[in-house]
Write a protein that binds this ligand. Structure first.
Ligand SMILES: C[S@@+](CC[C@H](N)C(=O)[O-])C[C@H]1O[C@@H](n2cnc3c(N)ncnc32)[C@H](O)[C@@H]1O
Length: 415
């Protein structure tokens, strides 16, 4: 009698689909998961997320274990075999409480169901070797140089080298570890009350177990990291002022600003999304303009304040976006152009806040320095907890120091 095919749990099926979409179609992990986990109950959906995000995030370390123990270069394997091996290896090397037979047998079955019968015996053999040795292999990986730490903690070499340079070896290693952990869930309370704990350092920020879908739909909350809320608060706009938000969608910060806010967004679909969000959150002062922030219509001038929450490499939000580390790149040139464009539209004596969800000097301090604008030293005095150690006029949140996302914030004065 032929052996009965193993059952595959819905969570592993969904995680496998996410892995394939991320690495074969360059899909964003969060969007792929939303589709793959649509019909799962909350427990399975949470497990699918843990498996998919973990395997995407740890792909480099997992590939090393698979190649070492499988004795075959990963690039010579069919894509579904690679995905099944990564999923199995992640459970075997990094998760406690997952029965080995489930991690092994279900990954083998995923390969069979993908129509790759000829690869089943190989997959099975590699997974058995991983079950025996993957955890020890990963735990024994050294981390005394950027290249070693990048392999051990699963980051591209350039990210490890950048953090080594900016934060030193201990800081870089701690940051790498921190961004491999699930991120905290924080929302901004827009109105009403909420189940959760108010943050001690950022007024309006609440720590919650999960984002309440009904509260989100009714515009009572907005999921927003503490670092991101800090950047919005740093603008410090008041009623009656004219404020330019040059990179505004989806609107997390635009909708927290007082005054008449012109919210500029380049991408048309994102501009529409921003309009919807502003309406839902009751931000009546926000007017959306779909345009390139570097080429604004002449009438948009003479603002009291501006915010440039620029596109960036996102090195401060890698915990929340597991695939980002594999596609991330610094955008210093664009950032400088946007900062200069904003400053040109602010009246003499006004201020520009420059913020990015990244923590590498090239996109942070270096952009501010290159702009030639004077730094407003009162920002560091307003938020002493988040002062940048080396440059105390700037704010910087660090995942391994403050928890949550990494952000850089500077306030500049227009002469
Ligand atoms: C970091 S996100 C902004 C997040 C937003 N401030 C918030 O708090 O929700 C950067 C945004 O800038 C937009 N963008 C990129 N290049 C731009 C440009 N040249 N002009 C205006 N917006 C741009 C991107 O489409 C993206 O929506």
């Amino acid at each position: 009698m032929a052996p009965r095919p193993a059952l595959i749990s819905p969570a592993r099926l969904a995680a496998f689909e996410v892995l394939r979409r991320v690495f074969e179609e360059e899909a964003y992990a969060d969007r792929a998961l939303r589709v793959a986990a649509e019909r799962l109950d909350p427990r399975d959906a949470a497990l699918a997320r843990q498996l998919a995000y973990g395997a995407v995030q740890r792909a480099r370390t997992l590939d090393h274990a698979i190649e070492t123990l499988g004795r075959r270069p990963l690039r010579r394997l069919d894509a579904p075999v690679r995905a099944a091996l990564r999923l199995g290896a992640y459970q075997l090397a990094f998760l406690d409480g997952v029965p080995r037979y489930a991690a092994v047998n279900e990954s083998v079955e995923l390969v069979r169901r993908a129509g790759l019968e000829r690869a089943v015996a190989f997959t099975n053999a590699v997974l058995r070797r991983l079950a025996e040795g993957a955890r020890e292999l990963v735990e024994a990986l050294p981390e005394s140089t950027p290249a070693e730490a990048a392999l051990r903690h699963s980051y591209p070499d350039w990210v490890a080298e950048t953090w080594w340079r900016d934060l030193g070896a201990d800081g870089a290693r701690a940051l790498m570890r921190a961004q491999n952990e699930p991120p905290e869930t924080v929302v901004r309370l827009v109105r009403g009350t909420i189940d959760g704990t108010p943050d001690a350092g950022i007024p309006g920020a609440w720590h919650v177990d999960r984002v309440d879908g009904a509260a989100l739909a009714e515009g009572r909350i907005w999921p927003q990291s503490r670092g991101s809320q800090l950047a919005g608060l740093a603008v410090g706009s008041r009623a009656g002022e004219r404020v330019l938000d040059l990179c505004a969608a989806p609107g997390g910060k635009a909708t927290m600003l007082a005054g008449e806010v012109v919210a500029v967004e380049l991408n048309e679909a994102r501009a529409r999304e921003l309009e919807d969000n502003a309406r839902r959150l009751g931000a009546r002062g926000v007017t959306v303009v779909c345009a390139d922030g570097r080429a604004l219509p002449p009438a948009l001038d003479g603002f009291d304040r501006a915010l440039v929450d620029a596109p960036c490499s996102g090195l401060g939000v890698l915990a929340a976006r597991p695939d980002l580390r594999w596609r991330s790149q610094p955008l210093a040139e664009l950032q400088l152009e946007l900062l200069q464009a904003a400053a040109a539209r602010v009246r003499h004596g006004g201020t520009v806040v420059y913020s990015v969800c990244t923590i590498n000097a090239d996109e942070c301090e270096a952009v501010v320095d290159a702009s030639g604008l004077a730094v407003d030293p009162t920002l560091g005095e307003e938020w002493p907890r988040f002062r940048h150690q080396a440059r105390p006029d700037f704010l910087r949140t660090l995942p391994h120091v403050h928890g949550g996302a990494g952000f850089f914030v500077a306030r500049l004065r227009v002469p």
